[in-house]
Design a protein around this ligand. Sequence first.
Ligand SMILES: [Zn+2]
Ligand SMILES: [Zn+2]
Ligand SMILES: [Zn+2]
Length: 326
Amino acid sequence: MNDNVFVRMNGIGHAFSRELGCTCKRCREVKFHMANPPEILTPFDGWDDPPWRSHTSSSILAPNQDGTVKQHILIDVGAGVVDSLVCSGLEGLDHVCAILLTHWHPDHALGLNQLCESVKRSAKRQGQEFQKIPLYCTLETYDHLRTKGGQSYVLEHRLCFQEILPEQPFEVGGDPLVRFTPIPVAHGGIKGSVIYIAEIGPKKAVFAWDIDVPSKKLPYSDVTNLEVINRNIGSFKDADVLFIAANTWNADETEAGGEKKTGHTSYQRAKSYIEAIKAQKVYLVHMSGHEDGAGEVGFGWKDEQWETAVRGDGIAVSRQGMVIEL
Ligand SMILES: [Zn+2]
Ligand SMILES: [Zn+2]
Ligand SMILES: [Zn+2]
C-alpha cells in the first residue's frame, strides 16, 4: 500500500527564526490568530507569520484508515518542531519510526531531546516499552553532535545511530517503506552535510535545504554542488516535489568566490538546482533575507512577499504547518 502519503512542513525557519532586536517585518510581524488545522491527516495550508517560527523540518506521514498517524519519519528536528507537531492536532505523531538529519547545525538538531523524551514518555503512558529511535545521519554529523553539539545524552540513551553513506540509498519504515538517497553537499565549511531524496512507491520528494551555491566544492573534493546533483540526476528524475532553501534573495558566496558568504545559496542561484532537478512542484523553505542587507530586495520579506516575488517562476512558498499529499 503506497496510497496516501503526506509531507508536513513542521517549520521553514532559518537558523535564527526570529531575531531579538531586529526590526525587519519577518522578525516583527506576528499573527496571533492561527487557523485550526483539520484533525485528520489531510492537506492544510499552514500558517503565515505564526506566533513562533519552527526551524526547517519535514515529517513524512502515513495515515491509518481513521486519519490518525500510523508511521512518522522526521527529517531534521530543530527548535520549535515538537510544538509545531502538537499544533497539528494530529493523533499518532509519537509513532516516530526514524529521524534523519541533514547536518549538525543547531537549527536542525536542537529539538532532538524534546522529541525523544516526548516519545519515551508517551510510550510509558501507554504501557509500552520505549524502543530507541533510529537516527540516520553521516558519521561526521553524529560525531559533532556527540562531542561538541551537547547531544551526547540523547544520542546514547534515546537514539540508535545508523550511519548513512553519501549516494548510498537506505530504507526506512515498513508501512510504507521509504527509500532515501542522501546526496552530499557543500554547506558553509562543515563536513557531512546531505540533502535527501525520498521515494515512496512511485512518489518522490526532495528535501534540499542548507546547501551552498552551485559552484561550491564539497569537502575533500573537487566536485561542486551542482556537479554532484547532475551526477545523481537519475535519482532526482520525476520528483513530485522539491523543497529548496532560499536563505536570501541575492546575497551568497558569489560564483567568483566573492564578498558575501552565508554558507547558503540565494534564491537567484538556487534556480540552478531547481532547473536541474525539474520537480513538478517547488516550495521555498529556510528563508531569512537578513544577509541581503537592510533596504535591499529580500530583506524583511514575509512569506507572502516571497510568494509574490517567485510566483512568476512557477514556484511556491511553504508555510509552517503546511501538509501536502504526495
Ligand atoms: Zn539551517
Ligand atoms: Zn529580522
Ligand atoms: Zn546549516
